[in-house]
Write a protein that binds this ligand. Structure first.
Ligand code: NI
Length: 167
């Protein structure tokens, strides 16, 4: 956070199934795995393209989280299916060591392309919906601290954990 590249609106991918796109996705998965992230967006590794990934299954940073299918989304879009607010503690590999309490929409329907250019659509609720919305924000230069409603619900992960506030 602080790097201006995280604040850019990223550009759509124009050519699918290229070595460059496949390499980008591979680099993103490597970065996400190295940091035990739930998801990652291309601008987080300095690439201003609308590409995001996520995957959650027994993640040590989110021990109580529901599983989220391993997904690559190129040029994603979404619509809100259920505007009910669900709030939770979020972290971000671009805001290391911190967590903030952020409201998100409960259910969405998202669509996008896979790296080969195949279009798909999916319904997501709960943590799956939250993870999508967090990564999608990165493509528009938005970071989760921007969405914290109660400024005091933001802090160092270690302190919040010591206080029993986050897991
Ligand atoms: Ni993030």
């Amino acid at each position: 956070m602080g790097d201006p590249r995280l604040r850019q609106v990223s550009e759509p991918v124009e050519r699918f199934d290229t070595p460059e796109l496949h390499q980008l996705v591979e680099d993103m998965f490597d970065t996400m795995a190295a940091a035990s992230g739930a998801g990652l967006a291309a601008p987080q590794i300095g690439v201003p393209l609308r590409v995001m990934i996520f995957s959650v299954d027994g993640n040590p940073r989110y021990p109580d989280a529901e599983s989220v299918p391993t997904t690559v989304l190129v040029n994603p879009e979404f619509e809100v299916v259920d505007y009910t607010e669900i709030s939770g503690w979020e972290g971000c590999l671009s805001v290391p060591g911190m967590r903030g309490y952020v409201p998100r929409y409960k259910a969405i329907r998202y669509s996008g392309f896979d790296p080969a250019g195949v279009h798909f659509e999916r319904d997501a609720a709960g943590f799956h919906s939250v993870v999508f919305q967090h990564e999608y924000d990165h493509l528009d230069g938005v970071l989760y601290p921007d969405r914290i409603v109660e400024p005091h619900l933001f802090g160092f992960e270690e302190e919040l954990a010591a206080a029993g506030i986050v897991g």
